[in-house]
Design a protein around this ligand. Structure first.
Ligand SMILES: [Fe+2]
Length: 453
């Protein structure tokens, strides 16, 4: 189904959703700038000149100059942000609210003293009745039939040194060739099966999020995500193009499904997201766009508490429901990244556990529900402090068709197309899987590729 927005029918009301947020992004950011005394002083001194510093439309600028809050809201403003404008001119919230009602200040104050505006005549049915009188009755249009298909899930380490090896032209050196040989099949397969959108599960490595803010699950809802400078300068790869409409749908579906994602309109993406893109799509200069859109889905695995594997696995199942309820026929892949065993800190740095890693791969394929029950301590003890990143693979795995909504056996099947494991890449073990997803009604079942160890 298309995104359900019953709130559009509430009379005299604009709900601030993803569409409004996108429309009013710069307007609301301008409002936030008025939190600083120096900016307020500059705005008061020359409103037009100050507004010219912001990427506002002519209509938005005029609405601010007119202090027309209804128009500002129509153009994407949110009242909590817009209130900074009123505050700058010393207006109370009651004066601002009253200014939007067509009443004088005294009339509005008197109405509030008399008990406030009545709900009678202000319900959804009243707005619908008024619309029918005005426009006549229009039958709802039939629901669109086309929905996205999740064609595959991809799992890979996202070691920063792999990106550096590609950026510095070292991929043919014997040390690195042994790593990249494991991705040759995947690159050809990806070239033949390029999706429209990748939902890329990764973690931020103290890049977009510092200790001011530690969201557990983040969905990137913006149109663009620049490549981060992690201290070495930004990687020479293209910026990421998002899919704000699809991401807004996923956010609404997942939040209403009890997964409280943090919505992030603006963030730089680090090696956790760009290295998998490089591994799967190959070398690509910054001015040559990635071949598909990417929706970042970031998971906190840096500061405890981090989400349990079972929660990640459940999020994957909810993600599939969310994807399949969108109303465009997109080809979608879900990627889980991070791991495998590695420890980057302390006297135990350099820890690798081949046996545990390969058991993880086996179980992720054949018993993901069982793997989802494994606690953090087992990851940390056996796969190293940074091996905890592997819980993110369970999100991608949970979205596959062989798993039912309740976590039991699903009606579809999953096929292992490619498997690779190698030690080392810098401080880590490299793991990689490509799983085809065959929904119940999908008769396609291609041949499996050779498995590598
Ligand atoms: Fe990582």
């Amino acid at each position: 189904m298309t995104m359900d927005k019953p709130y559009l029918d509430v009379p005299g009301t604009t709900i601030f959703d993803a569409d409004q947020s996108a429309k009013g992004y710069h307007l609301n950011q301008f409002c936030m700038s008025l939190m600083k005394p120096d900016n307020r002083a500059r705005f008061i001194a020359d409103q037009s000149a100050y507004l010219d510093e912001w990427e506002l439309s002519p209509e938005q600028k005029q609405a601010v100059l007119d202090l027309d809050l209804n128009e500002c809201i129509r153009l994407g403003g949110n009242i909590y942000f817009l209130s900074k404008i009123g505050a700058t001119f010393g207006l109370s919230f009651q004066q601002m609210a009253g200014s939007m009602t067509g009443m004088t200040e005294a009339e509005y104050r008197d109405m509030m003293l008399a008990g406030g505006r009545s709900i009678e005549g202000n319900r959804i049915r009243d707005a619908l009745a008024a619309r029918i009188v005005e426009q006549g009755y229009a039958a709802p249009s039939p629901a669109a039939e086309a929905h996205p298909t999740i064609s595959a899930s991809v799992y890979t380490s996202h070691v920063p040194a792999i990106g550096a090896a590609m950026d510095l032209g070292k991929t043919e050196e014997p040390y690195w060739k042994a790593v990249f040989d494991g991705y040759e099949w995947s690159r050809q397969w990806m070239a033949d099966n390029t999706p429209d959108v990748v939902i890329l599960v990764y973690n931020d490595h103290a890049t977009a999020f510092d200790l001011h803010l530690i969201p557990t699950f983040v969905i990137g809802t913006g149109p663009h995500f620049p490549v981060a400078d992690e201290g070495y300068g930004p990687r020479p790869v293209p910026p990421v193009e998002g899919d704000p409409d699809f991401a807004a749908h996923l956010a609404q579906a997942l939040i209403l499904d009890d997964f409280d994602l943090t919505l992030v309109n603006e963030m730089a993406v680090d090696h956790g997201l760009t290295v998998p893109l490089s591994l799967m799509f190959g070398e690509r200069p910054p001015d040559e766009p990635w071949p598909c859109k990417v929706i970042p889905l970031a998971v906190n695995v840096v500061q405890y508490p981090v989400p349990h594997g079972a929660r990640c696995y459940a999020l994957g199942r909810a993600l599939r429901r969310a994807v399949e309820s969108y109303d465009k026929p997109l080809r979608v892949q879900i990627w889980g990244t991070g791991g495998m065993s590695h420890q980057l800190q302390g006297p135990r740095a350099g820890l690798i556990n081949r046996e545990w890693d390969n058991a993880f791969l086996d179980r992720l394929i054949s018993d993901p529900a069982g793997q989802a029950e494994v606690g953090h301590l087992n990851y940390v003890e056996e796969a190293g402090s940074e091996g905890i990143e592997l819980v993110m693979w369970l999100i991608a795995r949970g979205a596959m068709a062989d798993i039912a909504d309740d976590g039991g056996p699903g009606a579809g099947t999953t096929e292992v197309l490619h498997r690779f494991y190698h030690v080392p890449a810098s401080n880590t073990a490299v793991g990689h899987l490509v799983l085809a997803n065959h929904a119940a009604q999908d008769p396609a079942s291609g041949p499996a590729a050779p498995t590598q160890e």
